[in-house]
Design a protein around this ligand. Structure first.
Ligand SMILES: [Zn+2]
Length: 489
């Protein structure tokens, strides 16, 4: 007899009529009441005037966790160097068995600013239910999805009848994610032992669509730069000097135009050296997503007029698994009313790169600096400035037991096949995975039309319930696969 196929190995051991679902439904009203309380706290991290509210949001969550019975609950707001940061909440619920694997759930409780306020149909911090949707800043990103894990834990315990989870579950709910997680490295360094885990479950992402659920398998990284090209000490008369000295705007434009070849590939030498192609299973799943290019151009892409990008890759692949170089802005010389005939003294461009595994920001910065030097003609003085050390990309291994289990739990909770997708944006996930030396998987139920970071943010309550059910099932499934998760002796 042949070996059982993969799909046989991965077939769900849970039915859609699960006890977890019943436990979630029993608690749905309290969940909604609690989420509305939390969403009413305007924890806008970007605004110093709201930092007291970020602290209040952390304390609210800590109280909620204690009320649910989490044995360890802490609020962290300072590092060992004496620096302070917006409060993060940590909790731990150990498995009864000390040998069980440990999973860390990462998310955040700070929210984006709300302007323009007049564009909101319901006040952003007066959470409002309309049908099955809950409106409010943070409903989807990320308070709704974090509170989903508290409900998931309650449902897991109720469904198993145990007073401790099947795996040790830890939470890290950051307060600075929307500000770019500036203190995450210090926080991780100070709390490496508290956060030690065998796997990380990130809950701050979305699915392809309501009708085509998917699980995120990665996020891109980022590096950005400012380039200054200088010619003369001052703007020069174009009649007296033009044609006889280099023009910094022209030379900068020439350098920027050389960033891509005719196939849309980034032309910086070595740029693709570390790029890891996605797994065949991921590409096959991406190809099955019902991506409608025309609708995407006229909708999310803001009336863009054509699809464009690296040859040989689909649009979703260009967004998710291919690295990019973008000119974010360019300035120099005179572009005001009328005309001013000059050879400008200076030109400036901002350039950013989205990176994919296994590219790292610092080598990309270095390669870009060399590229600029190679494209700086005689008579131009070039400077390249970088903002910090960038953000690393991250991706799940789709064959890892945690990734497989998240997918299986989502499929059981949603009652349908779950494909793969990725996020084109960047976050602190790679830094967390690297600091803790653990693999990561994504359990997120946001939708592209949740309007995160925009007015009228909302979340689909039924999806939060299914997500809580998936989390509850996940702890059970990981308990069953414990031997695959713990490193061998
Ligand atoms: Zn978020």
């Amino acid at each position: 007899m042949s070996r059982p196929s993969r799909s046989w190995i991965c077939s769900p051991t849970v039915s859609s009529e699960s006890r977890e679902r019943a436990a979630v439904e029993d608690r749905a009203q309290r969940f909604l009441d609690d989420l509305r309380d939390w969403l009413a706290i305007p924890s806008i991290g970007a605004d110093p005037e709201h930092h007291g509210e970020v602290a209040r949001s952390a304390l609210w969550l800590a109280d909620e966790l204690r009320r649910d019975g989490w044995p360890t609950v802490e609020v962290w707001s300072g590092d060992s160097q004496g620096g302070s940061y917006l409060p993060a909440v940590h909790a731990c619920w150990p498995a009864a068995d000390p040998e069980a694997p440990t999973v860390l759930v990462y998310g955040h409780h700070d929210v984006q600013p709300v302007d323009p306020l007049e564009a909101w149909e319901h006040a952003p911090f007066e959470p409002t239910v309309v049908g099955e949707q809950l409106y409010g800043r943070g409903a989807s990103d990320d308070k709704g999805q974090m509170l989903m894990h508290l409900l998931g834990m309650q449902a897991h315990l109720a469904a198993t009848g145990a007073d401790a989870p099947a795996v040790t579950v830890k939470l890290l709910v950051e307060g600075e994610e929307e500000s770019g997680s500036p203190h995450i490295a210090a926080l991780l360094a100070d709390h490496t032992d508290d956060l030690a885990c065998d796997a990380i479950v990130v809950t701050d992402t979305g699915m392809f669509s309501r009708d085509t659920p998917s699980m995120c398998t990665g996020m891109r990284g980022m590096a950005d730069a400012e380039v200054v090209f200088r010619g003369a000490d001052m703007d020069l008369h174009s009649g007296q000097f033009g044609g006889a000295v280099p023009n910094p705007v022209t030379e900068l434009a020439r350098m920027l135009a050389a960033l891509h070849d005719d196939d849309g590939r980034v032309a910086i030498p070595g740029f693709y050296d570390d790029v890891r192609e996605p797994a065949a299973a991921e590409r096959a799943a991406f190809a099955r997503l019902p991506f409608d290019g025309k609708a995407w151009l006229s909708g999310p892409a803001g009336g863009s007029r054509a699809l464009h990008g690296e040859a040989g890759w689909s649009t979703v692949e260009r967004l998710w698994v291919r690295p990019t170089a973008e000119v974010n802005g360019i300035s120099g010389g005179y572009a005001g009313p009328g005309h001013k005939t000059i050879v400008p003294a200076e030109a400036v461009a901002k350039v950013s790169f989205r990176l994919v595994p296994d590219q790292q920001p610092v080598p990309v910065q270095r390669a870009f600096a060399e590229f600029v030097a190679a494209h700086t003609p005689e008579g131009i003085h070039a400077e390249v400035h970088f903002t910090g050390s960038g953000v690393s990309p991250c991706a799940s291994d789709v064959d890892h037991p945690v990734t497989e289990s998240v997918r299986q739990a989502l499929q059981a909770a949603l009652g349908t096949e779950v494909l793969y997708s990725r996020e084109g944006g960047s976050g602190p996930e790679a830094a967390i995975a690297e600091a803790l030396g653990a693999p990561l998987a994504f359990l997120g139920v946001g939708l592209p039309d949740d309007r995160i970071h925009a007015p009228n943010e909302k979340v689909e309550l039924p999806l939060l319930h299914r997500g809580a059910e998936a989390a509850a099932l996940l702890w059970r499934l990981l308990g069953e696969r414990r031997d695959e998760l713990k490193p061998g002796p």
